[in-house]
Ligand binder design. Structure first.
Ligand SMILES: Nc1ncnc2c1ncn2[C@@H]1O[C@H](COP(=O)(O)OP(=O)(O)O)[C@@H](O)[C@H]1O
Ligand SMILES: [Mg+2]
Length: 222
């Protein structure tokens, strides 16, 4: 049975596609048999993947999916013995597509941005997690800080989120954080991953660390 992991947040523009791309590449390098489902009408992941295929780089399977077929297709992928993990890149915010994807998932990976505006949405994020966990108790939520800076608000973001979510079961704010860097803003030209664009960089190491911690958390819940 493949694990279905949605990359989703209650707020738009937090780095979901950036996360999905680099975590997918890290998992593939680690030997995981993966497939990516792009549910975003903006098709960011699919556009990146098209460039990747053109460049002749190794790849995995990516499908762009219409909302109506989501459940059927995801269940078929879950049962596919040739797959270990299915990564679903969700649209900008909690629309119907995101809810549909999340409720069919085993786990949700959520990048959070450490800004005051994003912090204003933390109660909505918590409510979304609590509501979804109540309806779908199999769901595991893994959150992490994306685009971390040396500013105070950034340093406090993970701890603040941990406090808000401390009583919510199967919900973890990961220790790994992804920094705000030029390399992460630039890497995807030509279908590259951060590991190909800036090998050995702090950004590449941060994505490796995030992926390892995520795998450990998923394994711990099984
Ligand atoms: N850690 C980071 N450092 C620098 N830029 C980032 C980082 N994470 C995301 N971005 C940039 O933020 C914007 C939104 O990211 P994206 O992955 O498209 O978000 P989403 O899929 O949630 O809408 C993009 O321009 C992306 O390049
Ligand atoms: Mg996106």
């Amino acid at each position: 049975m493949a694990t279905i992991l949605s990359v989703a947040t209650q707020k738009g523009g937090t780095g979901k596609s950036t996360t999905a791309i680099n975590v997918a590449c890290a998992l593939e390098t680690a030997g995981y048999r993966i497939k990516v489902v792009d549910t975003d009408p903006q098709v960011t992941f699919s556009k990146w993947f098209k460039q990747r295929r053109k460049s002749g780089r190794n790849g995995f399977d990516v499908v762009s999916i219409a909302k109506g077929f989501l459940a059927e297709e995801l269940e078929a992928m879950r049962a596919d013995p040739k797959l270990d993990m299915v990564i679903v890149d969700c649209p900008g915010n909690i629309e119907d597509i995101t809810r549909a994807a999340v409720q069919l998932s085993d786990a949700v990976l959520s990048p959070l941005r450490p800004s005051a505006i994003d912090r204003m949405h933390s109660v909505d994020t918590a409510r979304f997690i609590i509501d979804m966990r109540k309806a779908y108790p199999q769901l595991q939520f893994l959150l992490f800080i994306n685009a971390a800076m040396r500013w105070n608000i950034s340093k406090e973001a993970a701890e603040t989120t941990r406090q808000i979510l401390k009583n919510v079961e199967h919900t973890t704010v990961l220790k790994a954080e992804i920094p705000l860097t030029a390399a992460i803003a630039e890497f995807c030209d030509g279908g590259a991953s951060i590991f190909e664009y800036a090998p050995g960089s702090a950004s590449a190491k941060a994505y490796m660390k995030l992926t390892k911690e995520m795998i450990a958390c998923l394994a711990a819940e099984k």
